[in-house]
Design a protein around this ligand. Structure first.
Ligand code: SAH
Ligand code: DHB
Ligand code: MG
Length: 223
């Protein structure tokens, strides 16, 4: 199978299930125009995030890694009007693009975009004793994934759903000798997850317009 086939099938799925959406189109267009990397989830993955957040009945969401707010907008649309999504972004240029997209999406009262190193902001959130989140989406720098998992667990309650993007990385994840810090981060993340008694987890391989990758689904089952 080739990338062209994966693209064509993703287009087929997207044409069927994801109606034209000017807000999301502008989000991707403004991100590309500003030179942001095309690391946003695909439209059908965004829809999956929306569905998972709805199934979860999420009222509060934490996202680590905003980019241009594409996944942010999908997730925030699952929330009730008094819901809240906190999203963390280190790159001020990404945050600027993201903020304008969040405003354009009519989500500025629901989405709280915090600019800075995610580890610093996570430390602050824990210090503020923020209520545990219903859903946490981990999608930032992969070398820090083990740390993000630790913080995600601190900011969870039994029943919290944690989703982590990019856990397969074109299959490189099985290379235990890899020198790639991204691969090492994902492998460490998966190992910690596998031995963590407070969670029930799995990982799913995906192909599509974003290539060959995968995501982990983690349900927190105990404090
Ligand atoms: N969730 C987005 C894609 C995020 S791409 C979507 O699907 O639409 C990863 C983002 O994480 C980038 O914008 C990058 O700047 C940000 N990032 C990388 N390292 C970070 C860090 N240490 N703290 C916070 N954000 C970081
Ligand atoms: C990269 C990061 C992502 O979050 C993603 O979905 C795809 C690629 C990257 O850093 O290469
Ligand atoms: Mg990602």
């Amino acid at each position: 199978m080739t990338q062209e086939q994966w693209n064509a099938v993703d287009r087929y799925i997207t044409d069927l299930f994801i109606p034209p959406d000017p807000v999301l189109d502008i989000t991707l267009q403004s991100s590309a125009a500003a030179g942001l990397p095309p690391h946003n989830v695909s439209p059908n993955q965004g829809k999956l995030l929306l569905l998972l957040a709805q199934i979860q009945g999420a009222r509060t969401i934490l996202e680590i890694g905003t980019l241009g707010a594409y996944s942010t907008i999908w997730l925030a649309r699952a929330l009730p009007t008094d819901g809240r999504l906190i999203t963390l972004e280190a790159n001020p240029k990404h945050a600027e693009v993201a903020y304008s997209n969040i405003v354009n999406a009519g989500l500025k009262d629901i989405v709280d975009l915090r600019v800075g190193q995610a580890l610093d902001i996570l430390t602050q959130l824990a210090a503020e004793e923020v209520s545990p989140f219903d859903l946490i989406f981990i999608d930032a720098d992969k070398p820090n994934n083990p740390e993000y998992l630790k913080w995600a667990l601190k900011l969870s309650r039994p029943g919290t759903l944690i989703i982590a993007d990019n856990v397969v990385r074109n299959g490189t994840v099985i290379d235990s000798n890899s020198n790639d810090p991204n691969v090492q981060g994902i492998r460490r993340f998966n190992e910690i997850l596998a031995s963590e008694p407070r969670v029930s987890a799995t990982a799913i391989q995906t192909v599509g317009s974003k290539g060959y990758d995968g995501f982990a689904l983690i349900r927190v089952i105990a404090d």
